[in-house]
Design a binder for this molecule. Structure first.
Ligand SMILES: [Zn+2]
Length: 112
C-alpha cells in the first residue's frame, strides 16, 4: 500500500491509477533491445519505473511472450549499468559518466 502523490489517498501497490482521483501512479521509461542474431533470438525489454517503489524491470521476450522477468532495485540497477559499461570505450564511458553526473544534479538519478 502506498499514498497517491496527488490526493494522499491509499493506493494498493499493483494499481496504476489512484482509485480516488485517477492520478497515474507509475511513470516509467521503456526501451527494447534486440538479441544478438548470431547467438540467439528474442529481445530484452527494460522498464525503468520513476515512481516508488523505484525499480528496473528486465524481461526477456521471445515473440509475443515474456520468458522471464526480474526487477532490480535502484542500487542493483546502477551496478548493472556500471557492469555493462566495462566493455565500452574510455571516451564512451566518460560521456556516460558526465550524463549520469548531470542527471544526479537535477535529481533524476542518485549517485552511489
Ligand atoms: Zn489520488
Amino acid at each position: 500500500m502506498r499514498r497517491c502523490s496527488a490526493c494522499d489517498g491509499d493506493v494498493r501497490d499493483e494499481f496504476r491509477f489512484c482509485p480516488h482521483c485517477g492520478h497515474a501512479q507509475r511513470t516509467k521509461i521503456v526501451e527494447y533491445f534486440r538479441g544478438h542474431p548470431d547467438v540467439g533470438d528474442g529481445g530484452l525489454r527494460v522498464s525503468v519505473y520513476l515512481t516508488r517503489p523505484q525499480n528496473t524491470r528486465l524481461s526477456v521476450w521471445r515473440g509475443e511472450e515474456a520468458q522471464a522477468a526480474i526487477s532490480l532495485d535502484p542500487r542493483e540497477t546502477r551496478r548493472l549499468g556500471r557492469f555493462l559499461m566495462t566493455g565500452a570505450s574510455p571516451r564512451r564511458r566518460g560521456a556516460v559518466e558526465k550524463v549520469s553526473a548531470l542527471a544526479g544534479r537535477v535529481g533524476l538519478l542518485r549517485q552511489p
